[in-house]
Design a protein around this ligand. Structure first.
Ligand code: AMP
Length: 215
């Protein structure tokens, strides 16, 4: 198994790009730490109940909780594939947990895709973000509109704004990213793994540049 990490601020497009890549290649598996956590909250598992408050405030969930979830998920994957890890790790401690998980599963960390986007664009993107609460499909009112406004193309459910996409929480998530996640650029840069991608343009172009960077 290979692992590619997607790094970038909230709203930088990690989930969109990783899911576009995995849709067109069955060997690529998109795993989003945010989706795993939202699912745990929805099901009110022990980890979900503990994580909920941190997520509402835009803070990071404790490393041990998310580390365990990702470890369980990755070690359960069977067969040859490349895991696109979106949103994990977000701290140096999590990166060390991932090294342990990779060692345990015989997986190789092959690249870290860093999506670079200005704060202005991030705020605009998050303000327009919509999601399907049923199937998880993601939209943006301008950049990725659904065919019928407010309705999921895939399953016809009404689209919603994520609870933590309000302006106050977004501000907090951005400062958490700068303080706790940006140090990972140096951490993985020193291993020669970081591939910087301009995440500001059209989605098709970003997908193409990312594919090139990983080939
Ligand atoms: P995301 O969908 O990646 O924007 O994540 C939504 C929220 O889930 C974050 O604001 C955090 O509260 C939590 N979260 C997701 N991934 C992690 C992680 N690797 N470490 C800690 N908290 C996380």
């Amino acid at each position: 198994m290979k692992i590619v990490i997607f790094l970038g601020a909230p709203g930088s497009g990690k989930g969109t790009i990783a899911s576009r890549l995995s849709e067109s290649d069955e060997k690529l598996r998109h795993v989003s730490s945010g989706d795993l956590l939202r699912d745990a909250v929805k099901r009110q598992t022990t980890a979900g109940v503990e994580a909920e408050g941190y997520m509402k405030r835009g803070e990071l969930v404790p490393d041990a909780i998310i580390g365990q979830m990702i470890g369980d998920y990755v070690s359960g994957i069977k067969g040859e594939c490349t895991v696109l890890l979106d949103g994990f790790p977000r701290t140096v401690a999590q990166a060390e947990i991932l090294d342990g998980v990779a060692g345990h599963c015989g997986a190789e960390l092959t690249a870290v895709v860093l999506l670079e986007v200005s704060d202005e664009i991030i705020v605009e993107r998050i303000a327009g973000r919509r999601g399907c609460p049923k199937c998880g499909a993601g939209y943006h009112i301008r950049n990725i509109p659904s065919r019928v406004e407010g309705i999921c193309d895939v399953c016809g459910t009404g689209l919603v704004v994520r609870k933590d996409d309000n302006p106050e929480t977004v501000k907090n998530r951005l400062s958490v990213y700068k303080e706790q996640t940006v140090p990972l650029i140096e951490f993985y840069g020193s291993r020669g793994l970081v591939r910087r991608i301009d995440g500001a343009g059209r989605i098709d172009d970003i997908v193409r540049m990312t594919r090139q960077a990983l080939s």
